[in-house]
Design a binder for this molecule. Structure first.
Ligand code: ZN
Length: 250
């Protein structure tokens, strides 16, 4: 039994879900239901071939098509149990069930490998840091806080990872990427991956919050002065940073 509320899940939380449902691979769906608009009749009696993830997308693979789940702001799931509200999508198996709530559901026809570029997912085996570097080098006037949240460059990175990485590598969120030294850009790419895997490890142990250095924090642990909290960038997401020890490249 596993029940998990997400709040704007980042890549590592989707990996945890993927690991939790592995036992349903090869199992046939006896009944698919829910208040989603997709054609549920396509799913009845279909066998789940695989579960994949791309960044914050959770992918349920069948022969010839894939169901994409995006948990948006307040999505959640329940495995082998139900919540007290109607599921957006529910799979009943001979033994067991998977239920998804408050999420976006979409069917993607065709070969999923042709739809997704796995090399842009920071937690995928095919992640390619050189491609990320190329994309960042091509940017002009891109704020680093926007760069990290750009799913075409760093699929899976969300607001927690963004804040923690920038704090760890001592880069101010309002820095312009093409004004940053090359070594710093490489460190940014490396730490986006490193922190994502640490996030995964800590989240599994229910101790993620304990390790936050800047996200949701009030005091800089390096300088012992107040952190600044501002809504920054194209996405206007919350940024926590230290004006003293995070360098502004502009
Ligand atoms: Zn500081």
């Amino acid at each position: 039994m596993l029940c998990n509320y997400f709040r704007m899940p980042e890549g590592p939380s989707i990996i945890i879900l993927k690991e939790a449902v592995q036992s349903f691979i090869g199992k046939k769906i006896k009944l698919a239901e829910g208040n989603t608009k997709i054609d549920l009749s396509r799913l009845n009696n279909k066998t789940i071939k695989d579960f994949k993830s791309w960044g914050k997308h959770f992918l349920i693979c069948f022969n010839g098509f894939t169901v994409r789940i995006h948990f948006l702001m307040f999505g959640s799931y329940a495995i082998n149990e139900k919540k007290d509200r109607p599921p957006r999508l529910s799979f009943q198996f001979t033994k067991g069930e998977i239920n998804f709530y408050t999420c976006s559901v979409k069917i993607i026809d065709g070969d999923i490998n042709e739809v997704y570029d796995w090399s842009s997912d920071v937690m995928n085996n095919d992640w390619d840091p050189k491609k990320a570097l190329e994309k960042l080098k091509c940017s002009t006037n891109l704020l680093v806080c926007d760069a990290l949240l750009d799913q075409n460059i760093f699929a899976g990175v969300g607001n927690i990872i963004k804040n923690e990485v920038l704090f760890r590598i001592r880069v101010h969120p309002k820095s312009i990427v093409d004004k940053m030294p090359a070594a710093k850009i490489k460190l940014l790419i490396k730490d986006a991956v490193d922190y994502s895997f640490e996030f995964l490890k800590w989240k599994k142990k229910f101790e993620l919050r304990k390790h936050w250095l800047a996200y949701n924090k009030k005091i800089c642990p390096r300088c012992n002065i107040p952190l600044v909290k501002e809504h920054l960038g194209k996405t206007n997401r919350r940024s926590f940073f230290c004006d003293n020890c995070q360098k502004l490249y502009s």
